[in-house]
Design a protein around this ligand. Sequence first.
Ligand SMILES: *[C@@H]1O[C@H](CO)[C@@H](O)[C@H](O)[C@H]1NC(C)=O
Ligand SMILES: *[C@@H]1O[C@H](CO)[C@@H](O)[C@H](O)[C@H]1NC(C)=O
Ligand SMILES: *[C@@H]1O[C@H](CO)[C@@H](O)[C@H](O)[C@H]1NC(C)=O
Ligand SMILES: *[C@@H]1O[C@H](CO)[C@@H](O)[C@H](O)[C@H]1NC(C)=O
Ligand SMILES: *[C@@H]1O[C@H](CO)[C@@H](O)[C@H](O)[C@H]1NC(C)=O
Length: 546
Amino acid sequence: MSPPVKCSLCCSLLTSCALWGLNGWTQIIQFQPPGPKPVPRNNNNSSTISALDMGISEEEWERLQKALDWPGPDQEITQLNQSTSPVHSTFSIVGLKESYKVGEKISVTITARDHNKNLKRYGGDFFKAKLFNSDLKASVYGEVEDHRNGTYSVALLLPWEGQAQVYVCLEHSSEAVQILNKYRESSFPRSHYNGHFEGPGPNKTRISEVVQCNLKWGADGSWRKGDCCCEYKDIKTGTVWQCERPKKLSCDNLVHHSRGGLEDPLNPLEKQIFTKTLTNVAITGDTQLINVLPNAAGIGTMERCRSGMTTPVPAGFYLKDVWKSFVCNTQQFSSSQMGSCLKNKIVYLMGDSTTRQWFEYFERKVPGLQRMDLHTPRTGGPLMAVELKNNIIVHWRPHGVPLRFTKMLLTDLHYISNDIDEIAGGPHVVVVFTICAHMVFHPITFYVHEVAKIRQSVVALLSRAPETTVIIKSGNTAGLKNIFQSDWYAMQLNTVMQEMFRDIDGVIYFDVWQMTSCHYLRENVHPGPVIVANEVNMLFSYVCPA
Ligand SMILES: *[C@@H]1O[C@H](CO)[C@@H](O)[C@H](O)[C@H]1NC(C)=O
Ligand SMILES: *[C@@H]1O[C@H](CO)[C@@H](O)[C@H](O)[C@H]1NC(C)=O
Ligand SMILES: *[C@@H]1O[C@H](CO)[C@@H](O)[C@H](O)[C@H]1NC(C)=O
Ligand SMILES: *[C@@H]1O[C@H](CO)[C@@H](O)[C@H](O)[C@H]1NC(C)=O
Ligand SMILES: *[C@@H]1O[C@H](CO)[C@@H](O)[C@H](O)[C@H]1NC(C)=O
């Protein structure tokens, strides 16, 4: 895509955009009664957070840690040349044959080497692999298995007839991933946020003050110490947001929220490890064309789309830019089919700008759907569109703080779990949420806490109204691959979400990470229109299954 893409990418996620209202916020202006006093320790050590703090059991936390486990260097890295080099790392197809049949798999081996061409002895490199055919606009994602000894393997399905080519890239070396991991769990504020206080001044004037705000998470509150701050605790989720005390106004006067700057924590060696020439680079290997012959047995599934289905790898593939799911029988919907599918439905889209893209797609495609003017910012919302003839209502709003949107009312920022608690549900209700892109700046333990609250609300919703459609949209891959935004972060958060909802009946999970990871468009935190169209067709395939 063209240059504006790059801009919208940084502007939107890392900077501009917006959320619903702040119901359930309470202010703790007085210092809270001290709980059990923690022993003084590094406030940047997130293992001071317990499973209890996250709202899950010890057993579940152990399972999650296993799922998130990622190997890393077995020694301290002091020189760049010890890290994995995309130039010297290679891949090869095991036992490449003259031809294959649709549905067969090929196996690819990746060998990681450092800048001195030495074989790596440990794993943890973040490789991405896919199979593609540009002419056919076809591609499929391949999961990389880490043997933890410097070699990796990928099983790639051959889902279409014709030719196919393997593509492997090194997104981050193992050394880079270790750094991503370190700063994710540290209290270093990579992302800053602003609180806009407004209130009465002398002589009937109105004054405003802008101060820094951030998440309070961890034993000593990870961001600012002591009695520095106004604290805002959401009663139901327990999440605490804090802002520096304004000089003239009181803590009650917090009105708007906006994203602040990004702060780079990297030291010179770490910066070298993240340099552009070593990041997201295709590695060399067997790129000859693979011949895939037709197979009478066919491929894919005719199973009707419903909740509770498992997502395989690959979850589907593109052919002529149409995503064919392996989860269930997905269809393409015309505008008029979309309109009739949504008749008498209320759709709640929640999360971030990626579900706003869905909202905008609905506006463009569903006949007669009109946006109401809610007097809210265009990017921040909340937004609502209606179609009176068929009684269709579509809502969108962003999730609660932390959120990197442009200035908007704090009362319009709601936690997903709180909003789900206020939805009656029923056969006419479709709830879609995503929470990923804005969470990458904070410890994974905080994410687990947020997901635990959402899960509680989803379980309650499905218990009072089992016929409600509940869809979790995973996070997608993005254009930036740096200390602020990385597909590795998104992948780890997706792992948490998928694991924590694994045993929840009645929920539908959309793996859009695979859909964005393998597509030919340049990766973007806001996936291109073709991808969004395929995502939304998947939604329709579940709401109105064939
Ligand atoms: C963690 O805290 C220690 C001691 O307070 C400090 O030396 C170190 O730089 C911090 N690390 C990060 C990643 O913030
Ligand atoms: C963090 O704290 C835990 C327990 O207090 C300790 O076992 C662990 O080694 C610490 N990690 C770091 C990086 O300091
Ligand atoms: C690695 O790089 C450092 C500094 O750039 C250099 O001094 C050292 O000799 C290199 N090591 C090897 C094994 O090439
Ligand atoms: C690495 O581990 C894999 C799987 O255990 C094994 O097949 C392979 O031979 C090992 N490679 C090296 C270089 O040790
Ligand atoms: C408030 O208004 C009064 C009367 O107009 C004036 O004398 C006073 O200086 C004003 N105070 C401030 C702080 O502006």
